[in-house]
Design a protein around this ligand. Structure first.
Ligand SMILES: Nc1ncnc2c1ncn2[C@@H]1O[C@H](COP(=O)(O)OP(=O)(O)O)[C@@H](O)[C@H]1O
Ligand SMILES: [Mg+2]
Length: 359
């Protein structure tokens, strides 16, 4: 039963501030993902939670306990790394048993627990093997069993799937998430892969340059990005400049986008009044141009199409020269669109507005 609390965490190396003030609470038993590009401070924050890095400012709390000064081996954490970090000369059984032996757990109980966890990760019968006789996916399962068998207060994982091939990565997402749900272990998962974050997490914190830019449930972060950065990093987004025209009372604002009238929600205020409209490719409509574009619509020309079975992607060059991606699913009404077709792209009522400048 461990809630993790990060309070005002800052970390500098020399003059460089790598973490710039992280405040966050991870509820007990939830799966929390730090998502961001390389160099944004994910590993540093994970190492602060583990105790390998001491924050310059701030504190880390496990439940009601302030663990900021507690060394890693006393924090009762489990860790899984990108490179597995198994003991190469120990058998699978001995790798998983390591933490229990260090805690002087009785032999019979060790045997029972190790076998239980090997079964849970789908490696029953592999106990006698050495790590070198396992595939990458199997090694990561051993690392996961080793981290969880001791019943850690918090499970920490740093890009654990990055070394695996694509199919295995998808399969391991399920293994990790299922085990986390079964054991109800508070988990902090680090990745730069937005799909992984969306598929596995209860909560995603999108990090940018030492800060959390936005935090929320996967569908919330995807549907309601508050910044252009988050809209581009989580999913793909079409972004066009939007001039505010009128603010209505119901939270809806009117804009002018490339000469057309648009309306939608402002996700966060722009200090300088400059906004971008954000639309996901799958939220845009597309049809052959028969008349002038209406409200929330823009005209353009199809410059490429890609048929991908269940969906078709179109790249459309708008009158202004900007380009947008549109995705449609299933069959289109009427004849299919091809290169050179004049079309109307419809933003419907799904468009949202974010500040143009990153703040
Ligand atoms: N021990 C260190 N000394 C100096 N700079 C460091 C150290 N560890 C990390 N950094 C710097 O901190 C920044 C964030 O690194 P890191 O936390 O590893 O990012 P991420 O895991 O998101 O890729 C990088 O610019 C990195 O060079
Ligand atoms: Mg890292």
């Amino acid at each position: 039963m461990t809630e993790l609390s990060l309070r005002h965490i800052k970390k500098s190396y020399g003059h460089v501030e790598v973490l710039k003030g992280i405040d966050h609470q991870v509820p007990d038993g939830t799966f929390f993902t730090l998502l961001g590009p390389s160099g944004c401070g994910k590993t540093t924050l994970l190492r602060v939670i583990a105790g390998f890095v001491t924050p310059s400012v701030g504190s880390v709390h496990f439940g009601s306990e302030d663990v900021t000064g507690v060394p890693p081996h006393r924090r009762e954490i489990g860790m899984v790394f990108q490179d597995y970090a198994l003991f190469p000369d120990k058998s699978v059984f001995d790798n998983v048993a390591y933490g229990l032996r260090a805690r002087r757990v009785p032999k019979e109980e060790i045997r029972r627990s190790v076998n239980e966890y090997l079964e849970r990760v789908g490696l029953e019968g592999f106990g006698e093997r050495l790590p070198t006789a396992l595939s990458g996916g199997q090694r990561q399962r051993v690392a996961l069993a080793r981290a969880l068998v001791v019943g850690p207060r918090v499970l920490l994982m740093d890009e654990p799937l990055s070394n695996l091939d694509a199919a295995l990565r998808v399969q391991m997402r399920d293994v990790i998430r299922s085990l986390q749900l079964e054991t109800k272990t508070t988990t902090i998962f680090v990745t730069h892969d937005q799909e992984e974050a969306l598929a596995m997490s209860d909560t995603i914190a999108v990090m940018k340059d030492g800060r959390i830019d936005q935090c929320g449930a996967p569908d919330d972060v995807y549907r309601n990005p508050k910044t252009a950065y988050v809209s581009k990093f989580v999913g793909s987004a079409n972004l066009l400049q939007a001039k505010p025209v009128e603010r209505c009372n119901d939270g809806i604002c009117r804009f002018e986008v490339e000469g057309s009238n648009f309306a939608g929600r402002i996700m966060s205020e722009a200090n300088d009044g400059r906004y971008l409209v954000v639309a996901r490719p799958e939220n845009l409509g597309i049809r052959k141009a028969a008349a002038a574009p209406g409200e929330c619509e823009l005209s353009g020309v199809v410059i490429s199409t890609q048929f991908q079975g269940y969906r078709t992607s179109y790249r459309v060059k708008l009158k202004s020269g900007s380009e947008v991606n549109v995705e449609t699913f299933g069959e289109m009404d009427g004849s299919p669109l091809t290169r050179g077709d004049e079309v109307i792209v419809s933003f419907q009522d799904k468009c949202i507005f974010v500040p143009e400048a990153s703040q």
